[in-house]
Design a protein around this ligand. Structure first.
Ligand code: DPN
Ligand code: ZN
Length: 313
């Protein structure tokens, strides 16, 4: 669910300024559709089921990983995406990135959105990172169902072997020609967006390639519009935006916290439990469908949609 407080505020301002007529004032509606959280939760149940029938995980080199890739790919193919599976080898096993392009918009101006699809071997990886994976998937499907006609080319990515050291995303960026790399205008990363004791973190543009500040502000703008305070965080080399940043591509993203502990100041502004980790099941077998906060999942998915509709216009 999306609360459009900003549009109300703008309409009221218009009335106070005497632009008057209840007839004319165009509502300044936030870009992007409401992504149904129930659809994301259904996807998480599917990823959980894939893990359960494949030894309890979806890790690189294990059958649950490729099953995850094939399942996401089938949904994208059915929606009309142009998909590609890029393979690579690491740790003695084949890994896979799944890349999906929406076949419209300017191929010389690409907006990329990604997250890692692999889990650790210890568990099914539902918050880390079924949440980002499923949210990106539902945003991609909403591009089709909404009839959005982006001016830019939208490219969605699900990375392999993140948990082994950002291997898939690094392989992808290194495999691009100089020209293809220069076509990517921005990269947004979503890794852990439904932590059970959530924080609302936006990747800081500080120290990132120029152009990153606009991405930070677009994501902050969404949370501001729904009245949710955010903090900036420096994810550094801990997720898949790192290879893009090294290549000089503007990066951004959101995050709801991992093994870090929520402070009392944070619990006051966000609710939840102070003195406890944002995700007590981080990298553990208990990272199941029970390990997801639906409110955080919902808000972050709508933030992704807002960013895609704004930056992809
Ligand atoms: N990259 C993460 C993982 O997969 O374990 C966790 C993480 C994400 C940590 C973002 C910090 C910031
Ligand atoms: Zn992880």
């Amino acid at each position: 669910m999306k609360l459009r407080t900003i549009s109300t505020a703008l309409v009221l301002t218009g009335a106070l300024l005497g632009s008057g007529a209840a007839t004319a004032a165009p509502a300044a509606v936030l870009a992007g559709p409401d992504i149904p959280v129930a659809a994301i939760q259904a996807d998480l149940a599917q990823l959980q089921s894939i893990a359960s029938s494949n030894g309890g995980n979806r890790a690189h080199g294990r059958p649950g990983y490729l099953a995850s890739v094939n399942w996401v790919k089938s949904k994208l193919d059915a929606a009309g995406y142009t998909t590609r599976v890029q393979s690579f080898t690491t740790n003695g096993a084949t890994g896979y990135n799944l890349i999906a392009d929406w076949p419209a918009g300017d191929a010389n101006n690409v907006v990329m959105v990604g997250g890692h699809l692999d889990s650790v071997t210890a568990g099914p990886g539902i918050n880390d990172n079924g949440t980002g994976s499923a949210s990106i998937l539902e945003v991609a499907l909403a591009v089709r169902s909404s009839g959005f006609q982006p001016g830019k080319r939208l490219r969605f990515a699900w990375w392999g072997a993140e948990e082994l050291g950002l291997v898939g995303s690094t392989h992808y960026v290194n495999s691009l020609s100089t020209t293809d790399r220069s076509r990517i205008r921005s990269y947004l990363n979503f890794d852990m967006t439904g932590s059970p004791n959530p924080g609302y973190f936006v990747y800081s543009a500080s120290g990132q390639p120029s152009g990153s500040l606009a991405l930070q502000q677009t994501l902050q703008g969404y949370f501001g519009s729904i009245g949710v305070p955010t903090e900036l965080t420096s994810v550094g080399g801990r997720s898949d935006h790192a290879a893009f940043a090294r290549a000089g591509i503007p990066v951004g993203g959101t995050f709801t916290g991992a093994e870090g502990v929520k402070t009392s100041a944070q619990a006051q502004k966000w609710g939840g439990t102070a003195g406890t980790a944002f995700d007590r099941c981080y990298h553990r077998s208990c990272d199941t469908t029970s390990n997801v906060n639906a409110t955080a999942l919902n808000r972050n998915a709508d933030a992704i949609a807002h960013a895609v509709w704004t930056l992809g216009a």
